[in-house]
Design a protein around this ligand. Structure first.
Ligand code: ZN
Length: 288
């Protein structure tokens, strides 16, 4: 199944269109697209068996962040070998973890305001947690996953990499820097959830192209390592890292420009589309 946030309401996307969950379930499940993960097992069972009404047409610009108010958002750095190489950094022994503050979450289709001239892209597979995970072994970890979705880890490189103490979390948390969607896709919809084609293209020019089977730390291993430190909560998001092909790794470096459209795609999950526009508070990187 595909679970979306349509105009702030929990929605199933079916072959015929959008089905509002609160109405289709006669109020058994509420309209909150984040709270449903508290009730995930019961909801999933209902959604699989329910005789749903025909879906309604919808405008994809009305889709919000697939999970708009997660308690925690984790993001993993350097999780593909080629990306570590292009970043000039060693392969990690433990997953490097930061957060993307949740006010940066955005819907799958819309505008991206560029706060500076050094905004980069990072196509990422995003995991949505379906039940509280604490000290979970990798072998059991898929049971804690509600589904997968497409994410972008937009990154303002000047702030992110400012010496002497890099600011990963802030540099990746400007408004709109974390679009996720178009829907949370459950694992049964995918032939192999650990091997999906992932790509990003700018105005049709493919800049990233890889497979999620190239992750250094797989989804189960990430859940094991994170849950060894703290509990993962229902609805939490894990941005799993980006493959090679980011602009900061190019020679010369390339960053997003106003007017460009970036499309981020993952096999079986769908795509994100952001049109870049100048930020209202735009500064040049050298002035920051
Ligand atoms: Zn990233």
């Amino acid at each position: 199944m595909r679970i979306a946030n349509l105009s702030g309401r929990l929605t199933l996307l079916t072959d015929t269109g959008a089905v509002d969950v609160e109405r289709a379930s006669a109020g058994r499940f509420g309209p909150d697209p984040t709270a449903v993960y508290q009730d995930w097992a019961e909801f999933a069972e209902w959604a699989r068996g329910a005789a749903l009404p025909a879906g309604a047409a919808y405008d994809e610009t009305d889709l919000g962040a697939a999970v708009p108010e997660p308690a925690q958002v984790f993001a993993i750095g350097l999780n593909y070998r080629e990306h570590a190489i292009e970043s000039g950094l060693d392969f990690p022994v433990e997953p490097p973890v930061f957060t993307k503050f949740r006010t940066s979450l955005a819907g799958p289709v819309g505008e991206l305001e560029l706060p500076t001239d050094t905004v980069d892209w990072e196509a990422e597979l995003v995991v949505v947690i379906g039940k509280t995970a604490r000290d979970v072994a990798a072998g059991d970890a898929w049971e804690y996953v509600a589904g997968l979705t497409v994410g972008q880890d937009f990154s303002e490189r000047t702030r992110q990499l400012v010496p002497p103490a890099p600011q990963f979390s802030l540099g990746k948390s400007f408004p709109g820097f974390s679009p996720v969607g178009p829907a949370v896709v459950t694992l049964d919809e995918l032939d192999d959830p650990s091997d999906l084609e992932i790509s990003a293209a700018i105005d049709g020019d493919q800049v990233q192209h890889s497979r999620t089977s190239g992750l250094i730390f797989s989804i189960p291993v990430l859940i094991e390592r994170l849950s060894a430190v703290l509990p993962l909560l229902p609805g939490d998001l894990i941005f799993t890292g980006t493959p090679s092909g980011v602009g900061g790794g190019m020679n010369p470096k390339r960053f997003l420009q106003a007017g460009e459209e970036i499309v981020t795609r993952i096999e079986g999950l769908g795509e994100l589309r952001q049109k870049c526009v100048p930020g209202k508070r735009h500064t040049t990187a050298s002035a920051s």
